[in-house]
Design a protein around this ligand. Structure first.
Ligand code: B16
Ligand code: MG
Length: 216
């Protein structure tokens, strides 16, 4: 029986991928490499470290460990400048409503995000008080598709993984939920999220009980 919901952040609750793109593209430009929106798509759900390593590989550039650390810090400063102006208007359609439906049904809710910036984002969009647990890149070490972030979320809710339902927009995130023996709703394209138990294009108009829980 589903007793808890775990939400990914970027791509499910807010679209911060566009801000990651601007910051990564600025860094890539300074390093003299091209960085496309298609490449940015492949960074969804990937950790900051995993992202810079991919950009280095695509751009065929080598950086020392110290330079990697420095560029990650600079990229994050630029990213923080973008998210500093976020407000409730940037919550993706249907996300607040699904959270409300979960709470009205007496379900516990956790965040399960790779981001180290999740708290500041949830504060900006005024959703932070809705969560019973916040598990993000500051508290886990293994990246999706490792299930650590979702298993930690389930543990913090005091629930077995089988009683949790994950909402995810990234392939690695869907795999992480499956690896953690949880039910997972893919939010996005079935071409990318085909391993999920249910795939929906977005959260708009979704009835949590009828459209998801009863069918999963
Ligand atoms: P940060 P999610 C992920 O968020 C993003 O999709 C991914 O693009 C980003 O690199 C990662 O967080 C780390 O973010 O640099 O803020 O720590 O989808 O897992 O909520
Ligand atoms: Mg995501």
């Amino acid at each position: 029986m589903i007793r808890g919901i775990i939400f990914d952040l970027d791509g499910v609750i807010v679209d911060t991928a566009k801000y990651h793109f601007l910051a990564w593209r600025r860094m890539a430009k300074e390093l003299g490499v091209n960085f496309t929106e298609e490449e940015n798509e492949q960074l969804k759900g990937v950790s900051r470290r995993g992202s810079i390593e991919k950009i280095m590989r695509w751009g065929n550039i080598q950086l020392s460990e110290a330079e990697i650390e420095r560029w990650m810090a600079i990229k994050n400063e630029w990213y923080l400048e973008h998210i500093a102006t976020m407000d409730e208007g940037e919550i993706l359609p249907g996300a607040s409503d699904i959270i409300r439906q979960a709470k009205d049904a007496g379900l516990s809710i956790s965040l399960g995000s790779a981001s180290k910036n999740s708290r500041v984002i949830l504060e900006r969009v005024k959703l932070i008080d809705e969560f019973d647990a916040i598990v993000d890149g500051t508290v886990v070490s293994a990246s999706k598709p490792d299930p650590e972030v979702f298993l930690t979320g389930a543990a913090q809710l005091g629930l077995p993984p089988e009683d949790c339902l994950v909402f995810e927009d990234a392939q690695a995130g869907v795999e992480a939920a499956i690896n953690g023996h949880m039910k997972v709703v893919g939010v996005g394209s079935p071409d990318i999220l085909g391993k999920a138990h249910i795939v929906i294009p977005n959260l708009e108009g979704i009835r949590l009980q009828e459209d998801i829980i009863n069918k999963i």
